[in-house]
Design a protein around this ligand. Sequence first.
Ligand code: MAN
Length: 353
Amino acid sequence: MADLAIRYPQNPLLKPSDITPSQPEMKVECVMNPGVFNFDNKTWLVLRIAERPSQKKGKVSFPIMDKNERIKTLEFDQDHPLIELTDPRYVIYNGESYLSTISHLRLVCSDDGVHFYEPDDYPTKLKGLGNLESFGIEDCRVTKINGTYHLTFTEVSESGVGIGLMQTDDWKHISRRGMIFPPHNKDCAIFDEKINGKYYCLNRPSGLTVGGHYMWISASDDLVHWGEHQCILHTRDGSWDCERVGAGASPIKTPHGWLVIYHGADADHRYCLGAILLDLNDPTTVLARTTDPIMEPLMKYEKEGFFGNVIFTNGHLVEEDKIEMYYGASDTVICGATFSIKEILAVLLGAGG
Ligand code: MAN
């Protein structure tokens, strides 16, 4: 099956040099994986900004937040016998894993969906707070329900990786609701309406000894307390999504079912997108799944960067048949692409589905 995405000709839309660092001693390395929403007749992105101090020759340095919520830098010789630097996203020191960068969320908006800027009159920087976010916050998904925007995002600390919730009606006052799924869990996409009287969300806990990086669904009466957990999607041996799967943005309601765009990765950490269809009345039932990716790293900006060969999405807008999808490419830049819902459904419902 062919890649179904129509990429914006203006890609990449945002790169690290377009973003001012959160503090002068930091350098923006990655601008990635945006949550997306409409507000005040504009398109808004909640970017993930990954920063670290400029790297000195022969050294590796990375930031973490201390108990007083100040950023401090740890620095080691690159050839220190206790340092492991096999994956650019991590620094392993003496068997302990750290992130090589610290991420915060940054709000930008646009009148045309292509040119983005930081608005003056909104709090645009959302930083990690407290001991469950000391390694930063990442990958925000935004779901609007009855006038309130619900932000789910990854909270990272030495205690693990969990899912946090913030809520806002006006983007000026944002309330933090704490961790709603403890470690290890991420990729939380809330459905934008109740189904049979309950809220639902997709999420991705990770099995350590038994199980794997599979997609789960959970239900809630209040969006804060979740239960009725069920595993709905496994990885597939020998496939592009053999190592991990996780939901993209909020599922899209179609006459045939809830359409979910998801990411899958293989053992080489190559991230592509696929799609599944969930039953409209019972979203714990998967009706169809694409065999091949609907989008894969093809462009130079999707193949090369801080962590190459990655297409990762957690935000889109839907207008009739069109999905305006924003995505992080190579964990470095923000890009846009459109999909036709009909085209994805044709694959899901057809012979190749
Ligand atoms: C994880 C997350 C994402 C990131 C991918 C690829 O799934 O940290 O934010 O884009 O890995 O590195």
